[in-house]
Ligand binder design. Structure first.
Ligand code: G3P
Length: 226
């Protein structure tokens, strides 16, 4: 198991169950669970909710995406500077549902470092994971697209892609932490992710669509203990 800090990153996507007031209450639940258990939980709410959430929780708030443009005459885009000013401490990049170009990933990782913003770069296979790890993000999150939103966790459906990604990334960097995601639902899935060498999980529907979100989060966090 890694000696790095293990994290659970919750992507709210654009689910109606996690937008506006619902986003605020989900973020508060994540904050409460983090405080109660000492676990590291990161939330990535919809862009319009970042500011409100960042002002009331202590856990890190991430953007789900940023555009590779500079502040100024770039109407309708979202810059790194925008999300930082809204209170975000980092951003997802290249999510499977919002892919960007390699050159943009590279540029955004570099500029995020300059702004002291963390980056979680999402990838779909070991080759892309290796390439993205070489760009020096804080995290690479391996998520097979076909398993996203499904009921079977990547750790059960394709454990090899997680362990292969960990091995591949370790061959290019000791600094980059590895997350895995897609179909992660419970503490057993989290424990398996850690056993496979990941330093945490990135998940969405398992939390966002749960009736009892607090119970699900407490169960997920229990998986970090090994
Ligand atoms: O960003 C997390 C994600 O794409 C996985 O989604 O719903 O399978 O946990 P989900």
């Amino acid at each position: 198991m890694s000696s790095r800090r293990l994290i659970i990153a919750v992507n709210f996507k654009t689910y109606v169950e996690a937008s506006g007031d619902e986003a605020v209450s989900l973020a508060k639940i994540c904050d409460d669970v983090a405080k109660e258990t000492g676990a590291s939980i990161v939330v990535a709410p919809p862009m319009p909710d970042i500011s409100r959430i960042a002002s009331i929780v202590d856990i890190p708030v991430f953007a789900q995406h940023v555009d590779d443009v500079m502040p100024g005459g770039t109407t309708g885009y979202v810059t790194l500077e925008n999300v930082k000013a809204s209170g975000a401490r980092g951003t997802l990049l290249n999510h499977s549902e919002h892919r960007i170009k390699v050159a943009e990933i590279h540029d955004l990782i570099e500029r995020a470092h300059q702004l002291s913003l963390s980056t979680i770069v999402c990838t779909n296979n070991t080759g892309v994971s290796r390439a993205c790890a070489a760009m020096g993000p804080d995290y690479v999150a391996i998520e097979p697209p076909e398993l996203i939103g499904g009921d079977i966790s990547v750790t059960t459906a394709n454990p090899k892609i997680v362990s292969d990604t960990v091995t591949t990334i370790r061959s290019v960097s000791d600094e980059v932490s590895v997350l895995c995601g897609a179909g992660v639902k419970n503490g057993v899935d989290v424990r398996k992710a850690i056993e496979l060498g990941a330093e945490g999980v990135l998940l969405a529907s398992g939390v966002v669509k749960a009736k009892d979100k607090m119970a699900v989060l407490l169960d997920l966090v229990s998986g970090l203990d090994g």
